[in-house]
Design a binder for this molecule. Structure first.
Ligand SMILES: [Zn+2]
Length: 203
């Protein structure tokens, strides 16, 4: 067996650093670098490089982890914001519905945004009464009744009423209109001349 040259040792040193050499080869490398400054230096550089690579890899893992964490955090925030928005929309929709219901109850000049006044409730009850009575006049033909009431701005008293009556057939009955006027006048306590009756035919 000839002399182990530096070239042979330097071929082995990378494998030595990776710890994949047999014990015999390891011994050859160790004996050589104990006495040869050049190969020892070469070994140190390779070893430092390997350590650096491992550290770098660990560092990269850390960065990847923190990026993943950040992504998760952002996703959680997005989900949270979405939940809040949906909740807000639901609340707004609910309040709009309640408000619309109040508005439905309140007609004409009585309309008040935030509270249903006693007058409005009274008016609403009168409306129901009128509609019931008109419906009772012709329960078979009348499919829908709408009552628009106009009130005096000063005392909130009713001044006019327009009644839209939708029926299955085309009713042009003067007597019927007259009876509707009378009933409405009684319920709303206004002059018959202030009441208009309009018929329409349901499609
Ligand atoms: Zn050497």
């Amino acid at each position: 067996m000839g002399k182990i040259t530096c070239n042979v040792v330097r071929d082995l040193i990378p494998l030595y650093v990776d710890d994949v050499l047999s014990n015999d080869s390891k011994e050859i490398v160790e004996n050589h670098i104990a006495e040869c400054e050049g190969c020892k230096k070469y070994y140190s550089q390779l070893k430092d490089g390997a350590t650096h690579t491992a550290e770098r890899s660990r560092h990269d893992q850390k960065i990847i982890k923190s990026i993943r964490k950040e992504i998760r955090r952002k996703r959680n925030i997005a989900v949270g914001v979405a939940v809040i928005i949906v909740t807000l929309i639901a609340v707004v929709a609910l309040f709009s519905t309640v408000d619309a219901m109040k508005q439905d109850m309140v007609s004409g000049e009585f309309s008040e945004k935030n509270e249903v006044s006693a007058e409005a409730v009274e008016l609403h009850n009168k409306e129901i009464e009128v509609k019931k009575k008109i419906k009772a006049l012709d329960n078979e033909n009348i499919t829908n009744i709408r009552l628009d009431i106009v009130c005096n701005a000063n005392d909130n008293s009713i001044s006019e009423a327009c009644i839209y009556i939708v029926s299955k057939a085309d009713i042009e009955d003067a007597e019927m209109k007259s009876r509707i006027r009378e009933l409405t006048a009684q319920c709303l306590e206004i002059e018959t001349t202030n009441i208009e009756v309009i018929y329409g035919v349901a499609e």
